[in-house]
Design a protein around this ligand. Sequence first.
Ligand code: SF4
Length: 137
Amino acid sequence: MGQDQRLVSLSALREAETARMEASCIRCGACFEACPMVPFSAAKDADPVGAVVGVLDLLGGGAGDEASRAWTAACTRSGTCNEACPAGVDPMRMLRLAKWRASETGALPKRDARDAMARAKVFARLAMSEEEQARWL
Ligand code: SF4
């Protein structure tokens, strides 16, 4: 299968998943409340139901709102949301697909190499001595 065909089938899968999630999510907000990243993001004081509605909007190609964008960007795929979901939606996948869609529409900026390097340095600082940091970072 060529790259173009793979992209078409991935897009088709995303469309099918978007329709399934739109239909099965009961907008309860439990996934947002269970997320361990929310307290460390700009979404921390947001209304859980509003944040979920915003993520579904991102997933459908909309701009979402500030809280849904911050939550989507902060997701580290802990899977805690999936355990909390009473409807079998797979909210972890929902956020992942929303992030993909939002990077296409421009609702969320695409990550660039500087962003990846900044994250690598944060993790490196957690593991390196001050002397090693001075030498390598
Ligand atoms: S926990 Fe499940 S049903 Fe409830 S808002 Fe999140 S994805 Fe939707």
